[in-house]
Design a protein around this ligand. Structure first.
Ligand code: DX5
Ligand code: ZN
Length: 218
């Protein structure tokens, strides 16, 4: 099943709860939550208190994308805040197997992410131990950027590998997804697609329906 995961980074934080209810009403099952530390990426977004607060009112799958250095330090706290899945960047972990182990030990789904300049080979040694690979289609750090087309080659490469090895993992794409390119993203092989601006700018319910439609007809 293909999944659309709206990224709340593009939401209006003044009415965050209402906007999350809207994406659920429009049929979404996942919520993408971008945590940035001002270190691994230049920007700072939000952390545990926000996740804890929205968890109280939402039963969506919380897909927490950690753009932070050495995320292994915070896995327990993100679990306690309400994460269902945690994705970490291979570029940000000095001990990837230990980080995966810490995530799994908390009973969470584990994702591994690669930034645009990182090759697929960086995740291959760990692909059998994780539940999802996230291919960043923009340089992490900010919403509203343009998708870098070459990154979709990595999505195709990973899809082939997942198929040939019969792996039971999700393949997520994040960054610059729009109504115009979401079909291409699915065709490249993604089954899980993050969209921030394309969901939260304008009419949320209409945007989700249109994006979902494009996913189904890709
Ligand atoms: C970028 C974040 C993305 C971002 C997506 O660092 O990881 O999840 O919020 O936003 P859009 O869809 O606007 O590119
Ligand atoms: Zn993200």
């Amino acid at each position: 099943m293909n999944i659309l995961a709206p990224s709340i980074l593009a939401a209006d934080f003044n009415i965050l709860g209402e906007q999350i209810e809207k994406v659920k009403k429009a049929g979404c099952k996942w919520l993408h939550i971008d945590v940035m530390d001002g270190n691994f990426v230049p920007s700072i977004s939000f952390g545990m208190p926000v996740i804890k607060s929205i968890r109280k009112k939402s039963d969506l799958f919380f897909d927490v994308h950690l753009m932070i250095d050495e995320p292994v330090r915070y896995i327990k706290e993100f679990k306690a805040s309400g994460a269902d899945g945690i994705t970490v960047h291979v570029e940000a972990c000095s001990d990837i197997p230990e980080t995966i182990r810490a995530i799994k030990e908390e009973g969470l789904k584990c994702g591994l992410s690669i930034s645009p300049d990182t090759p697929v080979s960086a995740v291959l040694p760990y692909i059998h131990d994780c539940d999802m690979v996230l291919v960043m289609t923009v340089h992490p750090g900010f919403g509203g950027q343009k998708l870098i087309p070459e990154t979709l080659d990595k999505v195709s490469e990973l899809r082939k590998l997942i198929q040939s090895e019969g792996l039971d993992i999700r393949l997520e794409v994040d960054g610059g997804v729009t109504e115009d390119n979401i079909g291409q993203v699915i065709k490249a092989g993604a089954d899980t697609v993050v969209a921030g601006t394309a969901v939260f700018k304008g009419d949320i319910i209409k945007n989700v329906k249109e994006l979902t439609n494009k996913i189904e007809n890709a």
